[in-house]
Design a protein around this ligand. Sequence first.
Ligand code: ZN
Ligand code: ZN
Length: 175
Amino acid sequence: MNVTFACPVCDVPDSVAIDHPIDWECVNCDHRMRLSAALPSLPACAVCGNHELYKKKDFAHTLGMAILIIAIVLSTVTYYWYEKWWSWSFLIGSAIIDGVMYLMVGDVVVCYRCDAHHRGFLPNEAHEAWEITIGERYRQERMRLERQDAQKLEVRSPESKVEGAADVQRPTRDP
Ligand SMILES: [Zn+2]
Ligand SMILES: [Zn+2]
């Protein structure tokens, strides 16, 4: 069982085993956190303790896209040389490879709040596929926190106010 997550302070990613409790320290900014041992059914996020988690296939979409793009390039070349059977073979072959890879990979359980990716846990019915309404709620929460952080920075360093003003979203105009 392990978890991959971004440091809450500097966003540098790390991956650790969580079969037992550990005192984690960021390699980049020395931020420390106590991570408790996760239960095999993973009722909550091992990093932030959030109970809302979703599962998805542990499939590298970039790899799938890379295979598809290579197949398209190869099939275009063979099509140009009137080798249309080769063109079809590349396209259908890449689709089959993508499909088999997709079926073979296991699930990864992801935290809506901190995006920690948990691997090697038992299937749990509480973990459902990503839901847009829940995802949107957490996206709004993240935006709100980012705005608060930006405001705090502005208060701390008034000389950077002009520069910061462009980044901070303009207040919503009331009708
Ligand atoms: Zn850090
Ligand atoms: Zn979390």
